[in-house]
Design a protein around this ligand. Structure first.
Ligand SMILES: NC(=O)c1ccc[n+]([C@@H]2O[C@H](COP(=O)([O-])OP(=O)(O)OC[C@H]3O[C@@H](n4cnc5c(N)ncnc54)[C@H](O)[C@@H]3O)[C@@H](O)[C@H]2O)c1
Length: 273
């Protein structure tokens, strides 16, 4: 636990928000949660509180009905809502309105640099990107500044990431996709093109990747795990930034999302679960 941060608020308790909650709860931080869809969070809050007792760590855990309540005593706020630029701007502005002046606001966005969100807040020196990966398999996070992020904010963000046993990947100069996500994105984009273009089945791509890298899963298995709706939003965010038709994700992916084939979370994506 770092001295300067005691209360961490997480906004958006989905696939990523939950992982951030659990990592932080395990290390003594007090946790405040908010999600636009509050269903099931009573049970989840009790589960995290029980987990803290079992691990013998202090710090309370609570779920709140409003962002105002969830951030009012926060030292650090992590936003992990869907990858939609306008929505993130709206939520950043709301967090800024209600969080204490000293609080740091970080986005877990997979592709949007915080410099595109910073105009929504007054505290431009206290915002940054902290982009976590799937934390049980890849315990790392890209950390990137906005145009006005202070050294103090950056250092506190980095210290906090290290305190929850996550390796920080420092981005020295702003870049769409950060450090490793940019590399993963190139693999994902080309894999989708091979499949949607009818050049090869997705199973063959996964098979090749597994043989080549020795990993237990390929890009399509990973995309199913991330969620195909999330993959679509991320790819659209790259496309909206570049305007390059080559960056546009394939229609076949959108058809799967529209059919409710979202990957592991819906029971069917590229694979069936
Ligand atoms: N899925 C991944 O592997 C992954 C990895 C790294 C980063 N990310 C990024 O993390 C963010 C969240 O992704 P996810 O996979 O956890 O998505 P998710 O769909 O699993 O979770 C998003 C959560 O946000 C909630 N939400 C929606 N609108 C909201 C609002 N206005 N206020 C509060 N909560 C709201 C939803 O109810 C949901 O619980 C995205 O920016 C994504 O790009 C995702």
């Amino acid at each position: 636990m770092v001295d300067e941060i005691k209360v961490v608020s997480i906004i958006g308790i989905g696939f990523m928000g939950k992982q951030i909650v659990e990592k932080s709860a395990d290390k003594n931080y007090s946790i405040r949660m908010y999600d636009a869809n509050p269903e099931g969070f009573d049970k989840y809050t009790r589960k995290i509180a029980r987990r803290k007792r079992i691990k013998k760590v202090s710090g309370d855990v609570s779920f709140h009905d409003t962002i105002a309540e969830a951030v009012k005593d926060a030292d650090l706020i992590i936003e992990a809502i869907p990858e939609k630029l306008d929505l993130k701007k709206e939520i950043f502005s709301e967090i800024d309105k209600f969080a204490p002046p000293h609080a740091i606001i970080a986005t877990n966005s997979s592709s949007i640099p915080v410099s595109k969100l910073e105009d929504s807040v007054k505290r431009k020196d206290k915002v940054l990107n902290i982009h976590f990966y799937h934390l049980t398999v890849s315990p790392m996070a890209d950390i990137m500044r906005g145009s006005g992020t202070s050294d103090d904010t950056f250092q506190k963000g980095k210290n906090w990431v290290e305190s929850i046993d996550i390796t920080p990947l420092i981005v020295k100069k702003e870049c769409f996709g950060f450090v490793f996500n940019r590399i993963w994105r190139a693999i994902k984009k080309e894999s989708l093109k091979i499949w949607a273009g009818g050049h090869a089945d997705f199973e063959v791509v996964d098979q090749a990747w597994k043989i080549y890298t020795g990993m237990g899963h390929g890009p399509f298995t990973l995309m199913d795990q991330v969620g195909l709706d999330v993959v679509w939003d991320i790819e659209m965010s790259y496309y909206n930034e570049s305007g390059d038709p080559n960056d546009k994700p394939p229609k076949a992916l959108k058809e799967m999302v529209d059919n409710g084939e979202l990957g592991r979370k819906s029971g069917k994506g590229f694979y069936t679960y």
